[in-house]
Write a protein that binds this ligand. Structure first.
Ligand SMILES: Nc1ncnc2c1ncn2[C@@H]1O[C@H](COP(=O)(O)OP(=O)(O)OP(=O)(O)O)[C@@H](O)[C@H]1O
Ligand SMILES: [Mg+2]
Length: 286
């Protein structure tokens, strides 16, 4: 495995988002699954994609992984506008997706799953080199898996998630999309997977993580992107935002930016009523 952080160190390379969506729209018949979605992911950044059931998260992932073509909008990768025509095109670009069901084969061992469909030297499967690569990959991820010859059926949920992530890294991606990576996991396994996501970030990958768990989001994400009814409904710095604020944006209980502005203006209007001179903001409010 040769995934490394970009080492070009040039300012243009680091300031251009790795992945950038503008105005992405997708309808299914009468259903507007995505309307005018913007999203940026930088190198070495973990973006949490959150939203209620039906908000459009999986549809967005499918657009990025080449399963669905958007009806409108643009996708840029490393500053270049691209078409993600099919799943192979996504992988060629460097966008890897770990779907929620993981798609692992229970009866195959770790090596068999990592190389499923891409066995080296197809005529004579090169078991030794596949095993060595598997070990190296899992070691780089500090994965707690006792042996690469263990069938998937004997692994815990967190270990399976690790194998699925390791498999997606074989294609040497620059962006990795994880759909609900901690949904089925207990506390200790969740912590392991969150550590793993941090290691992906350290390697310079851009990570998009879908999650319904606000604790996980706040523990590992740099930014939180909220979708509601297929539209953008707020982008937050994960370190400066409260869980309540994210949930309010998810449920639409309040539109945070607008509400905060209104509160600020209401406060100023109250002061004006008490005899202080009106400010420009208050005039705007009227
Ligand atoms: N293939 C499809 N055909 C028709 N409608 C679809 C299709 N895929 C998604 N939708 C609709 O698009 C909307 C967004 O669905 P999506 O699966 O993206 O939501 P989600 O945010 O992933 O929800 P969840 O948290 O429940 O997984 C929903 O109204 C859904 O019914
Ligand atoms: Mg979904």
């Amino acid at each position: 495995m040769t995934t490394t952080a970009s080492t070009t160190g040039n300012d243009t390379a680091t300031s251009t988002p790795l992945l950038s969506l503008r105005g992405v729209t997708k309808t299914f018949g009468a259903v507007n699954a995505l309307t005018d979605i913007d999203l940026d992911v930088a190198r070495g950044e973990v973006v949490a994609l959150v939203g209620d059931n039906g908000a459009g998260k999986s549809t967005l992932v499918k657009v990025l992984s080449g399963v669905h073509a958007p009806d409108a909008g643009t996708i840029s990768f490393e500053g270049r506008e691209v078409q993600v025509a099919d799943p192979a095109a996504a992988i060629d670009l460097g966008i890897a997706t770990v779907f929620q069901d993981l798609a692992l084969c229970e009866n195959l061992d770790v090596v068999g799953n990592l190389f499923l469909g891409q066995e080296r030297n197809r005529a004579r499967l090169d078991e030794v080199s596949m095993e060595v690569t598997s070990w190296e990959l899992l070691q780089q991820l500090s994965a707690k898996i006792p042996t690469v010859r263990i069938p998937i059926a004997s692994l815990s949920g967190g270990q399976r998630q690790t194998v699925a992530i390791a498999r997606s890294l074989l294609g040497d991606p620059k962006v990795i999309i994880l759909d609900e990576p901690t949904a089925a996991l207990g506390v200790a396994q969740t912590a392991e997977v969150l550590d793993l996501i941090e290691r992906l970030r350290q390697r310079g990958l851009g990570v998009i993580m879908i999650s319904h768990n606000m604790e996980d989001v706040r523990a590992v994400a740099d930014r939180v992107v909220v979708l509601r009814l297929g539209r953008n409904n707020g982008v937050f710095d994960a370190h400066g935002v409260s869980t309540e604020t994210i949930i309010a944006a998810i449920t639409g209980a309040s539109d945070n930016v607008v509400t905060r502005r209104r509160e600020r203006l209401d406060g100023a209007a109250g002061e004006a009523a008490a005899g202080r001179p009106a400010t420009t903001d208050e005039e705007v409010a009227r």
